[in-house]
Design a protein around this ligand. Sequence first.
Ligand code: SF4
Ligand code: SF4
Length: 211
Amino acid sequence: MVNQTVEKVRWPQGTVDKARKLIGDRGNHFLKRMEGETGANISACFQCFRCTNACPVSHYMDIKPHQVIRYIQLGWREELLQSATIWVCLSCEMCTTYCPNEVQVAETINHLRNMAAHSSVAPREKQLALFHQTFLEALHHFGRVNEFWLMGALNLKPGVLKEKIRTGALAEEMALGLLLLRKGKLKLMPRRCRAMAEIRKLYRQQRGEMA
Ligand code: SF4
Ligand code: SF4
């Protein structure tokens, strides 16, 4: 995309690079949308890399945190929604804490993850995407997360149980569950949060179902 042949054209303001102008317009549109929806000051990023240096899992990301911000500035939406990064991110907010320009990198990545979850784009990290989806379902049903319900619902998603049996993760999970149960740290019955109406309202707002 970047290496394409550059054509010079005359714009009203003077001669500019047409390819860059087109990328700039597209980028500006996505950039404005992201800034509007997240409140993050994405334009302020000057690519200092501090967010990436602070990130504990950047090694596992295909697009590093500072690159995520640059991609948004360039309007590369598809590349971001198809990335492993949005699913690998732990939402630990180290990137946001270390950013000198208060760009709110973690919140931005979280928003991209939600955009991907509600789009037709196939997630790069299927298991993590299913976990994210189940987590949101738990919030929608109960307004809080019950670990027993969460893991049960996740295991019922297509392909999850088979993969856990194949890797041995199911046996480890069950052993951990029993340990937590014995120590009284695992509640079998989920309980609804009192502020269900507010949580569901936030959930629908996040999905763009209401103003
Ligand atoms: S730390 Fe902030 S300013 Fe620096 S690259 Fe990351 S987002 Fe941009
Ligand atoms: S919130 Fe995500 S991107 Fe930011 S430091 Fe944590 S894991 Fe890395």
